[in-house]
Design a protein around this ligand. Structure first.
Ligand code: ATP
Length: 321
């Protein structure tokens, strides 16, 4: 495992040996296994990995969110506070203020029965330091009066995602965790939202952890990238180096899979790492092999080892044999 280490005292967030288990489900087998990295102020870091590799659990841990039934060890230090050791009350106080999250699907993240104005008001009650109109301006949403009076379903996907980003910035966080922030959007809107997020990191001055299965997004946006596989951080480093000269064979597989997809090549096999009482079982989460065409696939790109071979993969459900 390659840990990212930076000079002590400079880092904003330092994760050391973060391990997450679900004892009642998987016994002693961790689903996140001794993950260590650091994020510096103002830095954009990419986190990639196949479905089920642990990206979301790591992202949530940065907000001090630990799912029910999980047993968490290691440390997640935000400046001088350890979120793992902190009480739930302390974690709640830090959440949103120091670290905020932008989720993939704005439609489900926003409350469908409240106007955007009411949703901003709720955040203001939690201690939001910027008025809604200023936040909407920041995310380049014109016509604030009309927008604030709207319900989420009355906005376009891109507008909703901008609203979500505005809400994440309401309390001036030091770190924003964006979990697949553009995946649910049209391709042209994806690029706009990504560029907006990047511009805001400099303008508003926050660090960004960008979780994505899309290597193009990571290459474009992140100066440093980390790769997760089966719960472990298997490789980390400057993005360009990591993607051009991957050292870990999973990263090499992921890069090759990405190229195959870009070239419009066929998508062959789905795979994943399924935690079981005996440890991680490499293989498909749903079934064995699949020769589905790309157009039949519905899940984000993953790559999988099958012996020494690596494959471009998408969701094969219904097509697996
Ligand atoms: N609340 C939970 N209870 C039990 N197991 C969980 C829970 N959350 C995650 N897991 C398991 O932990 C592993 C890592 O999950 P996680 O959601 O972090 O993966 P991921 O890399 O974010 O995947 P995806 O890209 O599909 O979102 C998976 O095997 C998942 O089934």
């Amino acid at each position: 495992m390659t840990a990212v280490s930076t000079a002590a005292g400079v880092d904003l967030m330092t994760v050391r040996d973060l391990t997450v288990r679900f004892p009642r489900l998987y016994g002693n087998t961790p689903v996140v296994d001794r993950v260590s990295f650091a994020i510096r102020p103002g830095e954009v870091v990419g986190l990639v990995g196949e479905s089920g590799s642990g990206k979301t659990l790591v992202s949530l841990a940065l907000l001090g969110l630990f799912p029910r039934g999980s047993a968490v060890t290691g440390s997640v230090r935000l400046r001088d506070r350890d979120l793992v050791a902190a009480s739930e009350r302390e974690r709640r106080a830090l959440r949103g203020r120091s670290v905020a999250m932008v989720y993939q699907d704005a439609l489900t993240s926003l409350n469908p029965s409240l106007t955007i104005r009411r949703q901003f008001a709720q955040i203001a009650r939690l201690g939001g330091s910027r008025p809604a109109t200023e936040l909407l301006d920041l995310v380049r949403l014109p016509d604030a009066a009309r927008l604030l009076a709207s319900y989420p379903h009355q906005l376009s996907g891109g507008q909703r995602q901008r609203v979500l980003i505005a809400m994440a910035l309401a309390r001036d966080p030091d770190l924003v965790v964006a979990d697949e922030p553009t995946t649910a959007l049209d391709v042209t809107v994806q690029a706009q939202i990504l560029d907006l997020l990047l511009r805001l990191t400099a303008e508003v001055n926050f660090s960004l952890l960008l979780v994505s299965h899309d290597l193009g997004v990571i290459r474009h946006a992140a100066s440093r990238a980390m790769v997760m596989y089966a719960g472990q951080l298997v490789e980390a480093g400057p993005t360009q180096d990591l993607l051009d000269r991957p050292r870990h064979r999973y990263t090499a597989g992921l890069v090759a899979a990405g190229r195959s997809l870009e070239a419009g090549g066929p998508v062959t096999v789905i795979g994943g790492a399924v935690p079981s009482p005996d440890g991680f079982t490499p293989g498909c989460r749903f079934a064995g092999r699949c020769d589905a065409a790309l157009s039949d696939c519905v899940e984000p790109l993953v790559a999988v080892s099958e012996g020494d071979r690596w494959h471009a993969c998408r969701h094969p459900q219904g097509r697996a044999s």
